[in-house]
Design a protein around this ligand. Structure first.
Ligand SMILES: *Cc1c(COP(=O)(O)O)cnc(C)c1O
Length: 488
């Protein structure tokens, strides 16, 4: 395997080796003439010396050390690692969009302003909302803006509400965004069916509740089937209902959050609407609101006036600007292309396929792994490894062994309320053959756990890196090559 043990480019360095050599310059001033002595190096920089071919091969090999959606099935639950059409990348990277300057006068940037305006309208249509802001750069930032909007709304009504109710199964960004926005997060229990416990929820609602933040489908991949009652109770208590719609690929074309009593919802364009992601970005987490919250949205907003698209900043109740310029425009362009490409009916099919695939995978895997809630799921399913049934083999072992079978691992140990959790999201873009192959690998690992558990516990053996000290890697990253970098 070519990928094994790729040395660093410093180790491959050979003195005096060059990619290109420039001809001697005649008649031009040399750097020695212009640069003051104190700014000149005493010795050459300790850079690797390599040929062009060395460099191309090295970085191509490095790029293959990783798993990616372009090379492997990637069932990372909650992250929606689906295939995104490359054509949308091409359009976004084309000069008409990528060469625009963000400070260009509006009259010279009508194309992008129209695309953003129409994207907002299309998202309103899909979500049953009245207005959207495209500024937030991630789901987490959408949540944060939602918290700011809720605070501004209550303040305007002369109410001092300081609490936000969040289910105990929620994504960690929910309480983090709440704290950043100076609301106190209050955790609400899940019931035995993996849904919000209504009695616990109602007991925590109070005149201090500003916002209820509900994830739909929730992080167990389940529809919150009491949402109408939750919305009604929240509104009766004077609170707003926020829907974390990061995983809208289970709902698009099927359900409009606005019809469920939701006042605000964010979407993750990098999960549902065709932006490849991984390694942390870039993304976009647009926030949609109902009419009564529209005036609080961030500025500037794109408006259409007398046949011209403009950026308008004069919304006195706005929470202000939350992002430089207009957000991650490249992501927004991809989403707009994706939306133009599919009809409402196709969105329905996309969501139905995502749901069907998750339920299919769950049915195949159930003989070996426990389903946390044994009910039909939406776009993802939560399974558990039972170490008692598997000779002490745990979820982490299964995940590591899976890499050796050529599959990226599902999300593990999340949601936090599920012991030995595995969160599988096959997405709508995979074929039945791929799902079958993946299930065969999972069942083979379960069989190994019964017969040769040590093999699973020691995995991976055949990959470039074995088991990492993950906490150490995050807390004490070693990011430089100590051998040759000059310390002066
Ligand atoms: C991914 C996700 C988020 C966070 O989105 P980011 O873009 O990573 O900030 C929030 N909530 C849920 C349910 C998610 O799946």
């Amino acid at each position: 395997m070519i990928n094994q043990g790729e040395a660093t480019i410093f180790e491959k360095s050979v003195p005096q080796r060059r990619a290109i050599r420039f001809p001697a310059t005649e008649g031009l001033p040399s750097s020695k003439d212009g640069l003051p002595a104190e700014h000149r190096r005493a010795a050459s920089a300790a850079l690797p010396e390599a040929s062009e071919l060395d460099v191309v091969r090295h970085y191509t090999r490095l790029s293959q050390l990783n798993f990616s959606i372009d090379t492997h099935f990637y069932p990372l639950g909650s992250c929606t690692m689906k295939y995104n059409p490359k054509i949308n990348d091409q359009i976004a990277l084309g000069p008409r969009f990528s060469k625009l300057h963000p400070l260009q006068p509006d009259e010279t940037a009508q194309g992008i302003l129209e695309a953003l305006f129409r994207l907002e309208r299309a998202l309103c249509e899909l979500c049953g909302m009245d207005a959207f802001t495209l500024q937030p750069s991630a789901g987490a930032q959408g949540e944060f803006v939602g918290v700011l909007v809720a605070r501004a709304y209550h303040q305007k009504r002369g109410e001092n509400r300081t609490e936000i109710l969040i289910p105990d199964s929620a994504h960690g960004t929910n309480p983090a965004s709440a704290s950043l926005g100076a609301l106190t997060p209050i955790s609400v229990r899940s019931n035995a069916r993996g849904r919000l416990d209504l009695a616990d929820f109602k007991s925590r609602l109070s005149p201090k509740t500003a916002l209820v933040m509900l994830t739909v489908p929730n992080t167990l991949g389940l529809f919150e089937d009491d949402i109408l009652e939750i919305a009604e109770a929240a509104h009766r208590a004077g609170a707003l209902l926020y829907m974390d719609g990061a995983n809208f690929n289970a709902l698009a074309g099927l359900v409009k959050p606005g019809d469920l009593g939701v006042d605000m919802a964010h979407l993750n364009l990098h999960k549902t609407f065709s932006t490849p992601h991984g390694g942390g970005g870039p993304g976009a987490g647009p926030l949609g609101v109902k009419k009564h919250l529209e005036d609080f949205l961030p500025v500037p907003r794109v408006v259409e006036e007398a046949g011209l698209y403009r950026l308008r900043g004069d919304f006195p109740l706005s929470v202000g600007r939350v992002r430089a310029f207009f957000g991650n425009v490249g992501v927004l362009v991809r989403a707009y292309c994706y939306l133009r490409r599919h009809s409402a009916k196709e969105f329905r099919q996309i969501s139905e396929s995502a749901i069907l695939h998750a339920n299919y995978l769950k049915a195949l895997l159930k003989p070996a792994f426990e389903a946390f809630v044994d009910e039909p799921c939406m776009h993802e399913c939560i399974l558990q490894t039972d170490p008692k049934r598997m000779n002490g083999v745990r979820t982490m072992d299964v995940a590591k062994r899976l890499l050796e079978y050529g599959f990226y691992a599902p999300t593990v140990y999340f949601p936090l309320i599920v012991p030995e959790a595995m969160m599988l999201e096959p997405t709508e873009t995979e074929s039945k053959q791929t799902l079958d192959e993946f299930a065969r690998a999972m069942l083979a690992i379960a069989e190994e756990a019964r017969k040769t558990p040590e093999r699973v516990k020691a995995a991976p053996q055949s990959l470039p890196v074995k088991r990492l000290d993950e906490v150490g890697a995050a807390r004490n990253p070693d990011l430089s090559w100590p051998g040759r970098v000059s310390s002066s």
